[in-house]
Design a protein around this ligand. Structure first.
Ligand SMILES: C[S@@+](CC[C@H](N)C(=O)[O-])C[C@H]1O[C@@H](n2cnc3c(N)ncnc32)[C@H](O)[C@@H]1O
Length: 313
């Protein structure tokens, strides 16, 4: 197999979203093709990943550019960073992942420290090689850490001097595996911080929430409760009502679920949020902040979508 040959035009093994992705390893890396540019492994992704990059980069730019003279220190933190570059399985195009897209943005010069967290050692090692290729080792670093290991996260924040100043944190899990406690913890530690949380509406919530309510599986119930910080979500009377309702009401249950997340954000001093940006029907980018200015910036940059269309409210 020639690892550098993209002549197939489409990855036959991974193209169908419902097919088993034979050439994708467990950590999401494509096992068939590596980057033609830096000869390092790529993450296998759907083409909608570019929409995520679009919104993230626009907020990153406005955040760093507008705040550079107001704050002595701006930091960027990404949780679930991936290896920094991707390959679209639909057309075998190589693209930047979120980490390298931010590090290649011209406004990175205004960021003092950029920290990338991922629990996969191989992924972190690849991203660090890419950081070195960009000659950004003094500013950026990828670190192996589980997002549930708050003690280690604390150590990373202290060691890399990212506690003070203004911070932008992007959290990009594949499912509802992160906990509300992570946001709460980071808010307490970092204080002045904007969050962008990738919420898997289509890929996880709309598919699984109703099933989880109907089948009393403790582990899976706990995962969804932890994600929004509402331990008894499935025991609430207004939620139990959905047991008798058809599957097509799944999205109404998701809406109720997200409303509890919003209430809990209010309770921890993060009352400004917006979840109106959808990336296809797969997920939504949930912007969260304690400061109205941040929300206004987010609304400004998300008015226009990647297709050039104005968003309808
Ligand atoms: C959706 S991918 C990230 C993609 C990347 N942000 C991008 O768009 O280029 C999710 C990443 O989360 C990492 N991950 C999954 N569970 C984790 C955990 N418990 N702690 C830290 N990282 C985790 C995976 O290794 C994977 O690289």
């Amino acid at each position: 197999m020639n690892l550098n040959d993209f002549s197939e035009k489409v990855c036959k093994e991974c193209k169908g979203e419902n097919k088993k992705r034979i050439f994708r390893s467990e950590n999401g890396l494509c096992q068939k093709f590596i980057s033609k540019i830096d000869n390092l492994p790529l993450r296998c992704v759907g083409d909608w990943a570019e929409d995520k990059n679009y919104y993230l980069e626009r907020y990153f730019s406005i955040f760093s550019n507008s705040m550079k003279n107001k704050w002595s220190k701006l930091n960027y933190i990404e949780i679930c960073s991936g290896p920094g570059k991707s390959i679209y399985r639909k057309n075998l195009t190589e693209s930047e992942g979120t980490a390298i897209r931010m590090l290649s943005n011209e406004n990175i010069k205004f960021i003092k420290k950029a920290i990338f967290i991922d629990y996969d050692e191989e992924v972190v090692s690849i991203l660090n090689k890419r950081i070195k290729n960009l000659d950004l080792q003094n500013k950026a670093k990828a670190v192996v850490c589980d997002f549930n290991d708050f003690e280690k996260i604390n150590k990373i924040l202290i060691e890399n001097d990212v506690i003070g100043g203004l911070k932008f944190v992007f959290i990009d899990p594949t499912d509802c595996g992160t906990k509300f406690e992570l946001i709460k913890y980071l808010k307490q530690k970092l204080e002045k911080v904007d969050f962008l949380l990738n919420v898997p509406y289509g890929t996880d919530l709309n598919r699984n929430l109703l099933e989880t309510l109907k089948h009393d599986n403790y582990k899976s119930r706990k995962k969804y409760c932890d994600f929004i910080g509402e331990p008894d979500f499935f025991d609430k009377e207004d939620v139990k009502e959905f047991m008798t309702i058809n599957n097509d009401k799944n999205s109404r249950l998701t809406e109720k679920y997200i409303n509890y997340l919003k209430k809990n954000l209010d309770n921890i001093g993060l009352p400004y949020y917006d979840d109106s940006v959808a990336v296809k029907h797969y997920y939504k980018l949930f912007f969260i902040t304690g400061n109205e200015i941040g929300l206004n910036f987010w609304k400004k940059i998300s008015k226009k979508g990647p297709d050039g269309q104005q968003k309808l409210f």
